[in-house]
Write a protein that binds this ligand. Structure first.
Ligand code: UGA
Length: 414
């Protein structure tokens, strides 16, 4: 099929490369020239395992010009939906929808516009379709619309794309859904066809559930720590029950990244807008927000912060990525600086991105981080399990086994 992907972020670029690998003709559109330049040179603008290799194997048409999407059978919208204090920023989605509408004006043949960005339930119907129809073309007759959320995890995005657990196709009508089903027939996963709104909600509810599972085990962890019980032993024991499962029960300093926190905030905001108090979801966010501070408070029990040199092991929101968006390392660094500590940090991939936020801290080798008054483990990179922690003060936010050899060792919630 002829596919266009609007937005060359994680979801867009991984989807583009994978769909091209599956034999489709793929055009990728982005307004960021620097990003396009990198992709033209077959280099991913962000770190993702295997993506450079894949970009080297496939042909992608790369452009900032929306005219290039004219021959498409399917146009995927993969724009970011970041948030700030005032709420979710939908400007990128709206701008892209206007550009697509412009193309629809002159497009003779039927195509499907498929939203992959994570959006508030109702956004495809109430926001995106009306903009597309400013083209004078009618949804259902001249073009179709789907909402097909993506379930990629950073660090294993290609594997997730190629082996999905499920494919959700929210459809405006069955003709729209049929087109997307045709594209996805290459995958072995179950395909579920739903309304547009249900598809939007499946994505948000899935991420909210994962976040809830993490906050849940962190709460159990806070209780276990006070009772002198090993939370990881408890999680393991719980996980044998198939109804509970053993994944996403790693207690620590909580969830970050560009998805879980933002999607939860999006869902909370929508619930409140319709006069519903989402108590569980708010508690999940609230507990997550306390964890970085708890870690620093544990540290203060052993080392006064003013004038101390504190080492951070890990800056990325999780291992396997250079992404620092909503990383717990940000909140920790903020408090450490505020309280007068000198911060040294190491991360195998995320230093460049973290340095954009905190140029004032020192970026050093992991061995140099060990040479601090105390060490905080923020991301569970495998290489941190090979360090010599003997004689050190370590506050562990991610359960690194070797760190237990430290002179003073504290797990954040175990
Ligand atoms: C998440 C979801 O897992 C994907 O299914 C979804 O497609 C994606 O968001 C998205 O919406 O695009 P991702 O943000 O890449 O993926 O990261 P996760 O692997 O979910 O981890 C999120 C955070 O939770 C990390 O900070 C991680 O350290 C933390 N976490 C995860 C824990 O603290 N404990 C755990 O047991 C698992």
């Amino acid at each position: 099929m002829k596919i266009s992907i609007i937005g060359a972020g994680y979801v867009g670029l991984v989807s583009a490369a994978c769909l091209a690998k599956l034999g489709n003709e793929v055009t990728i559109i982005d307004i960021d020239e620097e990003r396009l330049h990198a992709i033209r040179n077959r280099v991913s603008p962000m770190y993702e395992d295997g993506l450079d290799e894949l970009l080297g194997q496939v042909h992608l048409e790369v452009s900032a010009d929306y005219q290039k999407i004219l021959p498409s059978d399917v146009i995927f919208m993969c724009l970011g939906t970041p948030s700030d204090e005032s709420g979710i920023i939908l400007v990128y989605i709206k701008e892209a929808a206007k550009e697509i509408a412009d193309i629809l004006k002159t497009k003779q043949d039927y195509c499907v516009v498929a939203v992959k960005s994570t959006v508030i339930p109702g956004a495809t119907e109430e926001l995106i379709i009306p903009i597309l129809e400013t083209s004078g073309r009618k949804v259902g007759d001249d073009f179709g619309v789907c909402m097909s959320p993506e379930f990629l995890s950073e660090g294993k995005a290609i594997k997730d794309f190629m082996n999905p657990a499920r494919i959700i196709i929210g459809q405006y009508d069955s003709k729209s859904g049929d087109t997307l089903c045709g594209l996805y027939s290459a995958f072995k996963a179950p395909i579920m066809r739903t309304s547009l709104k249900a598809a939007e909600m499946i994505k948000l509810a899935s991420n909210a559930f994962l976040a809830t599972k993490i906050s849940y085990i962190n709460e159990i962890g806070n209780i276990c720590k006070k009772l002198g019980i090993d939370t990881y032993e408890v999680a393991k024991g719980m996980g044998f029950d198939e109804r509970i499962g053993n994944r996403f029960l790693n207690a620590g300093i909580g969830f970050g990244g560009s998805c879980l926190p933002k999607d939860l905030r999006m869902l909370v905001a929508k619930a409140k807008e319709i006069q519903y108090e989402p108590e569980i979801l708010e508690a999940v966010l609230q507990l997550n927000a306390t964890l970085a501070l708890n870690m620093v408070n544990l540290l203060k029990k052993h080392v006064p912060l003013k004038g101390a040199v504190i080492g951070l092991l890990g800056l990325a929101f999780k291992p396997g990525t250079d992404d620092v968006r909503d990383s717990q390392a940000i909140k920790i660094t903020e408090v450490l600086i505020r309280e007068g500590a000198t911060v040294k940090a190491y991360d195998p991939l995320a230093v460049t991105n973290f340095n954009k936020l905190y140029p004032q801290i020192q970026y050093v080798t992991k061995e140099e981080v060990l040479n601090s008054d105390a060490i905080l483990i923020v991301t569970e990179w495998g290489e941190f399990n090979n360090l010599d922690y003997r004689g050190k003060v370590v506050i562990d936010g991610r359960r690194v086994a070797k760190a237990r050899e430290a002179r003073i060792y504290e797990g954040v919630c175990w």
